[in-house]
Design a protein. Structure first.
Ligand SMILES: [Zn+2]
Length: 300
């Protein structure tokens, strides 16, 4: 499993390899990014209890993609061998009772900018440099998609409230981070994620981000049924603390929207500790912290 700057190309190779080795894994494309990259969906299981895990809404947080890809590999391998994972989770039983949908890279255009740099044939070439404060180096700054929208502020959950905060936090338009766009779901990536979510009946969702070793839950004190109980269980499984977001971070994210729209719990999982992009050296520990949570969230 390659984790050194995990690119969209790595993701595609990895998906091909997994599909060859474990042909029972279902791979689909839920939609396309602004620049036309595939927004892949991997489906594990055949059970009634549907859950959805996604990663890399934010470009600098690409380390979250291989977390989910390694989970897919380990889960499929466990399904083949019948051996338990983590502390007594049986993948065959989970396969029967649940269906886990995984979108491992929500923002492939942003990840490409961060890892591969700005390509001359990028249709937003000049704008991107302007939006990035005049710099052609996106490797430590860029969280947004290819037109400077922060995808995790582009959902319809307190979006208008957040828009009013933009000026206060120094956001005036497209940029590396925290610009919410012109309307909720204005971006093809968020529209795809929201449509995919509306087409299913998810018990809960996990949105993977970095960093902080924190699980954020709840939206405007809605307290969806079981939200706190499940959050506490996920906290115990991972060792991450359970918190509610405050300030601008409390609005227009995917987990906020899921909670508001369906009155069911959505969680933002902030993996690792340090400055994004997190060093690859943290991958092993991050995966170890998250494996049980990923298993538990599918059955709780
Ligand atoms: Zn994030």
């Amino acid at each position: 499993m390659q984790t050194q700057g995990y690119t969209y190309e790595n993701l595609e190779q990895n998906i091909r390899w997994l599909k060859e080795k474990y042909p029972f894994i279902e791979v689909g494309i839920a939609g396309y990014s602004l620049l036309g990259r595939n927004l892949y969906i991997i489906k594990l299981g055949t059970g009634q209890n549907e859950v959805f895990y996604n990663a890399a809404h934010h470009a600098l947080e690409w380390i979250t993609t291989p977390v989910l890809m390694k989970f897919i590999e380990d889960f499929a391998e466990g399904y083949v061998t019948g051996k338990n994972l983590s502390r007594g989770y049986n993948p065959r039983e989970i396969w029967e009772s649940s269906t886990i949908y995984i979108m491992p890279m929500v923002n492939p255009d942003g990840v490409d900018l961060v890892i591969n740099g700005l390509s001359e044939d990028n249709p937003y070439y000049n704008d991107l440099i302007k939006w990035n404060g005049g710099s052609t180096d996106f490797s430590t700054t860029w969280q947004a998609n290819a037109r400077g929208v922060d995808l995790n502020h582009n959902y319809n959950a307190g979006w208008e409230i957040y828009k009013e905060m933009e000026a206060e936090i120094g956001i005036t338009g497209p940029g590396p981070t925290r610009y919410a766009g012109t309307a909720p779901e204005s971006e093809p990536e968020t529209k795809t994620v929201a449509d995919f979510t509306r087409q299913h009946n998810f018990r809960l969702v996990l949105a993977y981000h970095a960093q902080g070793e924190v699980i954020y839950w709840n939206f405007m004190n809605l307290n969806p049924p079981d939200g706190e109980y499940i959050g506490r269980a996920l906290s115990v499984a991972s060792g991450y603390s359970l918190e509610t977001a405050t300030g601008p971070a409390a609005y227009s994210g995917y987990d906020d929207w899921f909670t508001k729209e369906f009155n069911r719990p959505g969680y933002t999982i902030e993996v690792g500790k340090g400055k994004n992009p997190l060093p690859v050296s943290q991958f092993g520990e991050i995966y170890e912290d998250n494996l049980e949570m990923l298993l538990l969230a599918a059955i709780i």
